[in-house]
Design a protein around this ligand. Sequence first.
Ligand code: ATP
Length: 286
Amino acid sequence: MERITQRAYAKINIGLDVLRRRADGYHEVKMIMQTVDLYDELILEKRKQPGIALRTDNGELPLDGDNLICKAAELLIREKDIQEGVNIMLTKRIPIAAGMAGGSADAAATLRGLNELFGLGYSVPELQTLGVKLGADIPYCIVGGTMLSEGIGEILTPLPAPPAAYLVIAKPDINVSTAYVYGNLHADRLTWHPDIDGMIDALRKQDLGGITGRLGNVLETVTVREYPVIERIRELLKMQGAENALMSGSGPTVFGIFKEKETAERAAEAVECGKLAKQIFVTTFC
Ligand code: ATP
């Protein structure tokens, strides 16, 4: 095999709780991750000369060792002492610094792709153990789907996928750093926690109302205060017929869950007309 194509799917969090801040500075989380049908595409190609050459259609991303794709490729090349090099072409669709794990998804796709391209023989758990060295969301991104994520994000339990629904995903034109949000969260002062166990129960019962009724993300306590546009998008999506709406991850992306595609499309238009977000997608869980 000389070349391989991989899809890197974005995630949203339908529930995100932070239990405590550990002595080492990491936060212990309890969150439900869900893949959505929005993905980056990576073409990975062997080449004779050593090294990694990354190209992308996105002008904002670093193309050197700061890119998580290069970090993932370097890690495998070093671990397995690979003598050949690799050309990587990234088509970027997932909004950047959005709370949708775009960089982690790209790194996971690189690990999966190079494992296959070079016949390295890593199992999925082995790839996850390697991936967590680069980021807490990478073990999840290697498999995707619906998962309970605990610890710092590396303890994963598969869950049933939610019933079919339509999503409006809207990223306002602001960049929010994950480190800033966690740094300004007072986990010990939270007065409310989302009902993650109830959400798991609702997923098992395939009860869409039980799921949407329990959407919750404690990181909104930091971001909504700082960026009121997040709240405005959330309220507009609900006014436009969303069963409910929430910020994903550390934000600023907001998603709304809809029963009907037409309602979702109209809500997306309303967000666009209100100039509340530049990147808006109508999609589904996957
Ligand atoms: P998370 O939900 O895991 O917090 P995010 O969606 O908030 O992730 P990313 O899009 O992964 O954030 O990007 C965060 C930062 O990582 C950006 O500032 C970006 O420059 C850098 N980065 C490095 N490699 C990539 C990549 N392949 N794709 C996107 N961002 C990358």
